[in-house]
Every structure is written in structure tokens, then in C-alpha cells.
Design a protein around this ligand. Structure first.
Ligand code: KG4
Ligand code: ZN
Length: 337
């Protein structure tokens, strides 16, 4: 087996297909559904419909671009949770049909494990490490000694970091998704001057809370008019509060667990201020962050995760093809199915 995996990711509002050999990405297509922008957030029904429309097209493109057929594929990896159930189901059903028709192993990948695996595309990961996973749906601190078993040492009690960016942007009348927009306009400001709170500052508690931050922005905007002149400063101050919170919690966790290796993953890891702060704060540690194109949802990370797990599924993959999709899937319980 040459470890050539066709990977599919449809957990939210991006349809993505990749061809991955071992940890090398041979091709990657990501189609973002722009339709959601009109609604200021993801509309699950539209996402499912777009996935159904796009998957076959993207798989055909992938095979054509690489001048191969399904016969050349060794395995199929698909995200089967956590995420939007309808979106996941479209990907899983499509992958099931493709795998069964071509008699290929089908592996279900935990989306969070996929995000972490994006780091293996370009970096060697040293153990043990603490992973900070920050996306639109998740904010978690994880500890692992072997790459495959994760202890959740902290998580958000309400909104995820990406959600905080998106909701903050909405309050500021900025387009969806808010994270990249806030990141961009914040670059105009060297020293953000508004104060927003950092929640749960107890040293031995690694949980996060971002809903209070969003509420404080709401009250701030009731008292202070948002103008063309101050919007970048407000956005940069709000971004600073999110980044400072993430760094504060990560720093305490790294100290408590005494690790030298830090792995960061998920859409928010593309944030330029966070990347900058991570490198500055942990300059004596090894910090791994994926390249920008592998931070947000993409199938390349799912392909790499599938291949990394090969030893675990190779001799016992499910020939009945009964793979299911789950909107909730705990990283400390299941990283593949
Ligand atoms: O990992 P991802 O693509 O999807 C989920 O699994 O949720 O993450 C999407 C999230 C969105 O909330 C988006 O606003 C945020 O990642 N995001 C960013 C940046 N790029 C994407 N947040 C801050 N700065 C960015 N540059
Ligand atoms: Zn994601």
C-alpha cells in the first residue's frame, strides 16, 4: 500500500477534498460557501445542500489533476464528527458510497484530531505536547504523550474563540466570518487602547469563557459610538483580549505540565496577532502552527490524520461500511472510527 488517501471534509461550511500521500499533500480543493455571508453566519441547510452539490465535482477534479483513477487510491478518510450533523452526513454518505463501490478502506476521522494533524504536514511533532485547538466550534487545551490519546485539560464553558471573533465582528457591523476581518483591520493599530476583560484568571484552571467578553463589547458599543475612525481600535482591543486570554491559559498549562512542545490548531490559529504572541511568549519552546492554508477547515489535514493512523486501522477496517456521523465526538474518547 502506498498510503495514497483521498480525504473528504464537510463538517461545517467548507467542502474540501484532498489527495494525500503519507504526510505529503498532492492536491487540495477547498470550496467555501459564500452564500452564508448574506445571513451573517452558517445556515446548516444551505451548507448540506452545497456539500451535496460540490463533492462529486471536487473528487473528479482531484483524480483528473493527479491523472489517476479510484483504482490508484489506497484508502478514503472522511470527517465523521464533531460538526454540523447534516453537513457531516453528506460527507460520510458520499464517502461510504465511494469506498464501498471501489472496495476501499473507509476511515472516519475526528475533526479535532484532523486540525491537530495539520501540523504534521510541515513539522515534526515532539512529545509530550500541549495542543491549543481554537476554531469556530472549539476551544480546548489538550495534553498528549503519544499523539493518539488526548487528555482534555481545559475547554470553553460557553463560546469558542472563533465564535467570539465572529460575534464581535457582527456587533461591529463587519462581515462574516469575523475572525479574518478583525485580524486584518487590527493591523492598522499598534497599541489598542480600549480595555476588554479576560475571564477566569485563576492560575490552575485551564477553562475559557468568552461570552462575557462579547457582552462587554455590546455594552461598550451602547456607550461609545462605533465610527469609521475608532472601529479598527475597538476591533484590535477586542482581538487583544481574546489573544491575551488564550496565551494566559496556555502559558499556565505549559508551566503546570512542564512541556517543551506546543501545538496550535484550528481556524483561529491563522490569526496573525496570536501567531506573533505565541512565538514571542514561547521563544524557548518548540511551537508548531500550521501554514495559513491548513489552519481553517481543509481535507488535507483529514488525509494526513488517516495516514498517521494507518497502523491502527489497516488490518481491521470496517468492511460492512457502517460508519456513522456524530455532531458531538470527544477527542479524549475517539480519534477515528
Ligand atoms: O477551524 P475552522 O475553519 O472551522 C471550525 O472547525 O470551526 O475555524 C473557523 C473559525 C471562524 O470562527 C473564523 O472566524 C476563525 O476560525 N478564523 C479566524 C481567522 N481565520 C479564521 N479568527 C481569527 N483570526 C483569523 N485570521
Ligand atoms: Zn474546523
Amino acid at each position: 500500500m502506498s498510503n495514497l488517501t483521498l480525504a473528504i471534509e464537510t463538517s461545517c461550511d467548507d467542502t474540501s477534498v484532498a489527495l494525500v500521500k503519507g504526510r505529503e499533500v498532492l492536491s487540495l480543493f477547498i470550496q467555501t460557501h459564500l452564500e452564508h455571508q448574506d445571513f451573517g453566519g452558517v445556515v446548516p441547510e444551505i451548507a448540506s445542500r452545497k456539500h451535496a452539490e460540490l463533492l462529486e465535482v471536487l473528487v473528479k477534479k482531484t483524480l483528473k489533476e493527479n491523472n489517476i483513477t479510484m483504482d490508484d487510491i489506497d484508502s478514503i478518510g472522511v470527517t465523521n464528527g464533531p460538526g454540523l450533523l447534516g453537513s457531516l452526513l453528506v460527507g460520510v454518505m458520499f464517502a461510504k458510497g465511494l469506498a464501498q463501490a471501489n472496495n476501499k478502506p473507509l476511515i472516519g476521522i475526528n475533526h479535532i484530531f484532523g486540525h491537530i494533524s495539520a501540523n504534521f504536514i510541515e513539522n515534526e511533532l515532539k512529545l509530550p505536547y500541549i495542543a491549543l485547538v481554537v476554531s469556530g466550534g472549539h476551544t480546548e487545551l489538550l495534553y498528549t504523550e503519544d499523539h493518539f490519546h488526548f487528555e482534555v485539560i481545559g475547554k470553553t464553558r460557553d463560546d469558542a474563540a472563533g465564535e467570539a471573533f465572529d460575534k464581535g465582528a457582527k456587533l461591529l457591523n463587519l462581515p462574516y466570518p469575523g475572525g479574518p476581518v478583525i485580524d486584518k483591520i487590527s493591523k492598522e493599530i499598534d497599541n489598542p487602547s480600549f480595555e476588554f476583560p479576560i475571564a477566569m484568571k485563576q492560575k490552575n484552571n485551564f477553562d475559557f469563557s468568552f461570552s462575557g467578553l462579547k457582552t462587554s463589547l455590546l455594552y461598550f458599543l451602547k456607550e461609545n459610538e462605533r465610527t469609521e475612525e475608532n472601529v479598527a481600535n475597538i476591533a484590535a482591543s477586542y482581538q487583544k483580549a481574546i489573544v491575551d486570554t488564550l496565551i494566559y491559559k496556555l502559558k499556565n498549562a505549559v508551566k503546570k505540565y512542564n512541556v517543551d512542545n506546543i501545538v496550535v490548531a484550528g481556524g483561529v490559529s491563522g490569526n496573525s496577532k496570536l501567531r506573533d504572541s505565541l512565538h514571542k511568549t514561547f521563544k524557548h519552546k518548540s511551537v508548531s502552527i500550521p501554514s495559513l492554508k491548513y489552519c481553517t477547515d481543509n481535507a488535507a489535514m483529514i488525509g494526513v490524520a488517516t495516514n498517521m493512523l494507518k497502523d491502527k486501522w489497516e488490518n481491521n477496517w470496517n468492511k460492512e461500511y457502517t460508519l456513522e456521523a456524530f455532531s458531538n465526538m470527544r477527542i479524549d474518547k475517539k480519534i477515528f472510527s
